[in-house]
Ligand binder design. Structure first.
Ligand code: PEP
Ligand code: MN
Length: 347
């Protein structure tokens, strides 16, 4: 249930209403928008509470949210969530480009790639230190050493960093070294991991499970939000369909649908979404045209020798740079800005 306040309500009155709600043994989440404030009531509320709220001064309307996810819903938070990390705002006007290898391999590899991501105009360096591999004998990532290598490359080149965390026990160490924590498709419903991420203040990029519905996806985000971490972005990375030509089917509809159902930023991953290098450029552009707030793209200096099988979907550095130049022209037509020459200076 949400209570929508009148336009000119004072902070004192909001506090009184919150106090009244909490006396009923449920939680109140206040979300201040440009025009109005929404107070979300989380928990099983006494039916009398809705009636009481309707009669209270300062309250304009009380609406029942029928969806199972609440904090992630657009009703609950009418304005877009904008996640600010240092100089970068995700979910705002600026398109955010995350680029880098599937896996961190060596200090030289991640440093070279970071330099190229930065030179092309990207804002975030991606790279897995812990890799969720389908088979147990495949390369599993270089672990904590990789986190250290990536943090150093990000710092040196003025990029934010994003890395995947696979288990609750590794959340703290990943949060120590990376600016954004990624939950992979295979872990979208690892509820212990989601709960643990709810307790950190690090922004989380939650990838859609490859067979998850929008409802399941948003409920997974709800776990993190309900734990107290409001900084969640959703990532469409392709779903499994009957088609085998592409690795997955990138569900472009997910972008506008998720943005209508939720206020959380939506990022598209055309690399895992297609599994084919030649499709990354068109599907990146299609994602921006569909309204994506950002892209996460694999790029490698030597994709043929990449330590995961994802070299086949990794752009060469010049392709990555060309894509970003094209996006600079496309973004303004799609309600975004993107400037390849912008330089970020992180302290
Ligand atoms: C990745 O980003 O390298 C990755 C493993 O992604 P996903 O979880 O979408 O397969
Ligand atoms: Mn990968």
């Amino acid at each position: 249930m949400i209570a929508i306040t009148s336009n000119h309500i004072t902070d004192e009155r909001i506090a009184e209403i919150v106090h009244h709600i909490e006396k009923h043994g449920v939680q109140a989440h206040v979300s201040k928008g440009v025009d109005r404030t929404v107070i979300g009531i989380i928990g099983k509320a006494d039916p009398k509470l809705a009636e009481q709220l309707r009669q209270m001064s300062g309250i304009e309307n009380v609406i029942k949210i029928s969806k199972s996810y609440k904090l992630a819903s657009r009703e609950f938070h009418p304005d877009n969530t904008v996640i600010k990390i240092k100089d970068v705002a995700i979910g705002g006007e600026e398109l955010v480009i995350m680029g880098g290898p599937c896996a961190v391999e060596s200090p030289q590899q991640i440093d070279d790639i970071a330099r190229l991501v930065k030179a092309a105009g990207g804002q975030v360096l991606r790279g897995g230190a812990f890799k969720p591999r389908t088979g147990p004998y495949s390369f599993q990532g270089v672990g904590v050493e990789g986190l250290i290598m990536m943090a150093e490359a990000g710092r040196k080149h003025g990029l934010l960093t994003i890395t995947e965390v696979m288990t609750p026990e590794y959340v703290d160490v990943c949060a120590e070294y990376a600016d954004i924590l990624q939950v992979g498709t295979r872990n979208m419903q690892n509820f212990d991991l989601l709960r643990k991420l709810g307790q950190t203040d690090r922004p989380v990029l939650l990838k859609r499970g490859f067979s998850a519905t929008y409802d399941e996806f948003l409920n997974a985000a709800e776990y993190i939000l309900a734990g107290g971490n409001p900084n969640v972005m959703l990532c469409e990375r392709g779903i499994r369909t009957f088609e085998t030509y592409t690795r997955n089917t990138l569900d472009l509809s997910a972008i506008p649908v998720l943005q209508s159902l939720s206020h959380l930023p939506v990022i598209s991953d055309p690399s895992h979404g297609t599994g084919r290098r030649e499709l990354v450029e068109p599907m990146s552009k299609a994602s921006v045209a569909a309204g994506a707030d950002g892209l996460i793209v694999e790029m490698h200096t030597d994709p043929d020798n990449s330590m995961t099988g994802d070299g086949v979907q990794s752009l060469f550095p010049d392709q990555f740079a060309k894509l970003l130049l094209d996006l600079e022209k496309l973004a303004p037509l799609c309600g975004k800005t993107f400037n390849t020459a912008k330089s970020f200076t992180f302290a």
